[in-house]
Design a protein. Structure first.
Length: 324
């Protein structure tokens, strides 16, 4: 009898504990709502992007990143959103973070290199474009962009080497004529520059920059009428470019039409009063006309903008010697 009562006692205790335990577990989910996964917010962000709600998408991506910061795709998409919001600096930061978590990410290389181009950070652009060329060696576009990055980073020799390599391996593009021509222009090899850019403008006469550079190169080599013709074409499409007026002034100076040259220089200064090249040439022009006071003023203005304008110091020295 005692054993039967003892057994009932333990059975009752066991059932009580089991019921309490089950009831305790049953209410646990109500105590704390589980966190939504990062990809839930990422997918919401994609839907917001499709709907054009970019600020909403940015906030949703911020949440996704706070939950799973190691996902490179989140940072990449955030960079794209910042581009759509016209915030290139923030886009650059997001793309850089994406590369921290995924170093081999060609699409990020491409977007980031283009932004570096826009921000005139050509050395950084070249670094990424070298990776792009290695990853996609048959891409004409990336070879050309890399050459241009070298060109704008004041490395025309590297630009020419890249294009020569591209052509040696069977690459062909009209744009090679343009970039090579610009590279030779930077190296002051005007004869090669003119040959290449003449060929280019026959195919693409609408390219204002090339028309301008070709015009400048022609004037520098004495082909004055061809030069002014190209400058006039450029002027019709870019009337606010001070450099065009500057080299039109060079043309009129060489044609001994000084009054027109003075007007062209004045127009250039109206468009950009801090342009060192225009200030320097205006100073030289006034000095050639015997107006040393005006010349001195323009050389000093150029030095204020660019203290390392050694040519300006040279001509200020000439003026000082004339006054002795």
């Amino acid at each position: 009898m005692n054993l039967r009562y003892i057994g009932k006692f333990f059975l009752t205790v066991f059932v009580t504990i089991l019921i309490f335990s089950c009831s305790h577990r049953a209410v646990q989910p109500e105590a704390q709502e589980p966190k939504l996964p990062a990809f839930f917010f990422y997918k919401k962000a994609l839907s917001s992007i499709e709907a054009g709600r970019f600020e909403t998408a940015r906030a949703e991506l911020d949440t996704a990143i706070s939950l799973r910061p190691e996902f490179a795709q989140f940072h990449y998409t955030r960079g794209r959103v910042f581009e759509m919001l016209q915030q290139p600096d923030s886009a650059i930061v997001s793309y850089q973070k994406a590369l921290l978590f995924k170093s081999f990410f060609p699409e990020v290389w491409r977007r980031l290199s283009e932004l570096y181009f826009q921000e005139h950070r050509y050395q950084r652009a070249a670094l990424l474009l070298r990776k792009m060329v290695a990853d996609q060696p048959d891409s004409i576009r990336f070879h050309l962009l890399l050459a241009e990055a070298y060109l704008y980073n004041q490395q025309p020799r590297l630009a020419l080497e890249r294009l020569n390599y591209f052509e040696k391996h069977g690459g062909k593009s009209d744009e090679v004529l343009r970039v090579k021509g610009l590279a030779y222009f930077k190296r002051h090899d005007y004869s090669r520059c003119i040959d290449l850019l003449r060929r280019y403008v026959r195919i693409h006469p609408e390219n204002t920059k090339v028309q301008k550079i070709l015009g400048i190169a022609c004037i520098e080599t004495g082909a004055l009428e061809e030069g002014i013709s190209h400058l006039n074409i450029a002027l019709s499409k870019a009337p606010d470019d001070p450099e065009i007026y500057l080299y039109r002034a060079h043309y009129f100076i060489k044609r001994q039409k000084n009054d027109i040259a003075r007007d062209q220089l004045a127009l250039a200064l109206q468009l950009d009063s801090t342009n060192v090249e225009v200030l320097f040439d205006k100073g030289r022009f006034e000095l050639s006309q015997g107006d040393t006071i005006s010349a001195e003023s323009y050389f000093n203005k150029a030095i204020q903008v660019k203290p390392s304008c050694w040519r300006c110091y040279k001509f200020l020295g000439i003026i000082a010697d004339q006054r002795k």
